[in-house]
Design a protein around this ligand. Sequence first.
Ligand code: ATP
Ligand code: MG
Length: 362
Amino acid sequence: MAHMASTAPSPVSPEPTATVHAGADGGSASRPRMLSGMQPTADSLHLGNYLGALANWVHLQDTFEAYYFIADQHAITVRHDPALLRRRTRATAAQFLAAGIDPNKSVVFVQSHVPEHSQLSWALQCLTGYGEAGRMTQFKDKAAREGTEKASVGLFTYPVLQAADILLYDAAKVPVGEDQRQHLELTRNLAQRFNKRFGPGLVVPEPHILKATGKILDLQQPDKQMSKSRGGAGCLFLLDDPKISLKKIRSAVTDTGREVIHDPERKPGVSNLLTILSTLSGTGLEDLQATFVGAGYGDLKKETARAFTDFVEPFQTSVHELLCDTGTLDDVLAEGAAAARKQAAARLEVVYELLGFLPGRP
Ligand code: ATP
Ligand code: MG
């Protein structure tokens, strides 16, 4: 998906001023709250999900009170198979844990286990302009694949559900890939609009985008980002047989010229491989380029393949162990849902009150 497009002023209301601060009744003063999620739209996450999001989540759980969720409601915005969805939801949870998300430090849960997401989403949809939703480039991209006529209303309103996901938890920071920047801007606009109209009820979150790995590109089409739903020969799935991935790395599209240098404008394919190798190996781009002076694209691919294998083999072993014991995995998710609901219900109550909904009898 393209970089963030500028968000035009909303047709629904002028831009707002009132804000609620994170930590007011959300994240503790010492650890601000943070939230992020992934869709269970494939049997496996891909390297972009890992480097652009998951690996950062692991670090962030020490400094933040973190909420990490599996966005199964987002996964039904396009046609899906129920049995596959069930399997993929567990597989995604297992990959979170195998990557190092610790349920004793972070709240790990499944979106559909917390009904407040849909409830807040409805309230926010009523604050979102039709044109404003129509400008979301991810909708345009996904709808273009099947044709806009066939795209579901759920796909259209998906960014508003995403806004609800974030705003329920008073998240101060949302770590996302570059592709989600526009959605986060919508979330901020909706929170500000709500606060201006009804009084301070929602925390306005900040994006937390790591530039170096913000966007891992498709190995075959380095003008597009690696994506689960597109998959294909340019996508490195973490749970594929490593032999398949190594072949994909060997066949990665490179660029004209011979030099192994990081120049995303002129050499998007080579720069992408360098970014991958740099992040997987923990070697800075400058140092890495120095090791390739006089070497060629074949050497770069070989080193990238080696680093990928070193990472993915132990990762796969832990995922398989976790999936062998679904009872324990489901217990982790149930505990996560209980903790998430506590916070989500409290925030929704404030929102309903400000909206003027009568309190229901307990
Ligand atoms: P889909 O194609 O179904 O949208 P996806 O591969 O884009 O799947 P998501 O579940 O939409 O994955 O995103 C999960 C997280 O991974 C988000 O934080 C997103 O920003 C990040 N992410 C997805 N693709 C990439 C990528 N190629 N590079 C970096 N981060 C990515
Ligand atoms: Mg996506």
